[in-house]
Design a protein around this ligand. Structure first.
Ligand code: 3HC
Length: 297
């Protein structure tokens, strides 16, 4: 099963990165959005990122200026933007990276199940929802996997490949091969809450927030401790701002609803109140830190 043509639904924070790594891996990609303005924003981020990677390769002496220019043109040339779901009909793989809303995802997969060719594999980039529920909604659970990429997709080297009890062995193998073509290392995960990374990472971020809220240490000291003491590239509070407080809260809310007796899934009050105030982290300029673009204070 060779994946050559890929559809990516959603061209936001995660989706634009998935479009990019899939095209860098040699696939042709249809990037689907609901509105032209969202599509334009996503494509423009991809163009900037491709230009950045190309110029880095020139600096490192891996490519000449001309080769870098050709590479960037070739990669960009494999992307077609669309706001029409029907354009995904003959894709070999469709990866969903829309808002974390289970009903919206189920509606999407229900529609795609009807319009895509019988061989199309479906994948969700969900961070926390049960993959099996979306698989059933698609009407082809045996051709469904989770493909969980990490932010920033262009730089993070992991993909969690999630299989349900219904996933065909061939489909799972094709999804792993696709992840590798995107330049990533796949790990195999069962359909459990948060898979491997978020099941460990989100409760850790919650503990850091609780520590800050109790006044045990400052945000800067908590982050410095984990960076310098454990070699993490970002401390947990910077990471919460980076992931987005809204995303973190929505992951926790979903888990609390499904697993009310799991103590690791508690929601800190400060997380709820900041989200209610629109302080969503780096993207809004306020979270556990104040941000100006990529710089925090
Ligand atoms: N495309 C191309 N280049 C990019 C880029 C992009 N999208 N984003 C950053 N870069 C480049 C930068 O421009 C910079 O280039 P330079 O060396 O020429 O200046 C280089 O990559 C390194 O970036 P930075 O200088 O900003 O800083 P860092 O060295 O700290 O690296 C980082 C940034 C890779 C994000 C690193 O801090 C890191 O690994 N942080 C942890 C991220 C993490 O844990 N992500 C997972 C989040 S959880 C998740 O996604 C799951 C979800 O379900 C919640």
């Amino acid at each position: 099963m060779n994946i050559k043509k890929v559809g990516v639904v959603g061209c936001g924070l995660m989706g634009h990165g998935i479009v990019q790594v899939a095209t860098q891996g040699g696939c042709t990609v249809i990037a689907l959005e609901t509105e032209q303005a969202y599509l334009d924003k996503g494509i423009s981020r991809i163009e900037k990122s491709i230009a950045k990677l190309a110029s880095k390769d020139v600096k490192k002496g891996k490519l000449t200026e001309d080769q870098a220019k050709d590479w960037a043109t070739e990669v960009r040339g494999r992307i077609t933007g669309s706001i029409n779901r029907e354009d995904l009909a003959d894709c070999d793989l469709v990866v969903e990276a829309i808002v974390e809303d289970l009903d919206a995802k189920k509606e999407l997969f229900g529609a795609l199940g009807k319009l895509c060719k019988a061989e199309t594999i479906f994948a969700s980039n969900t961070s926390s929802f049960p993959v099996a529920e979306m698989a059933v909604a698609s009407g082809r659970p045996e051709r469904f996997v989770g493909l969980h990429f990490f932010n920033p997709v262009q730089l993070m080297r992991l993909v969690e490949v999630v299989r349900t009890d219904a996933t065909d062995e061939d489909v799972y193998a094709a999804a792993r091969a696709f992840s590798e073509a995107c330049g990533k290392t796949p790990v195999s995960c069962k359909d459990t809450p948060g898979f491997v990374v978020n099941r460990l990472l989100v409760p850790y971020m919650v503990q850091a927030i609780n520590m800050l809220d109790r006044g045990d240490a400052s945000a800067a000291d908590i982050d410095a401790a984990m960076q310098l003491g454990c070699g993490h590239p970002m401390g947990p509070l910077t990471l919460t701002d980076y992931v987005g407080l809204d995303t973190t809260l929505s992951i926790l809310e979903g888990w609390c609803e499904r697993y009310p007796n799991e103590p690791a899934f508690g929601i800190p009050d400060s997380l709820r109140s900041k989200v209610a105030e629109g302080k969503l982290g780096r993207k809004t300029g306020q979270g556990y830190y104040t941000w100006e673009g990529d710089k925090k204070s």
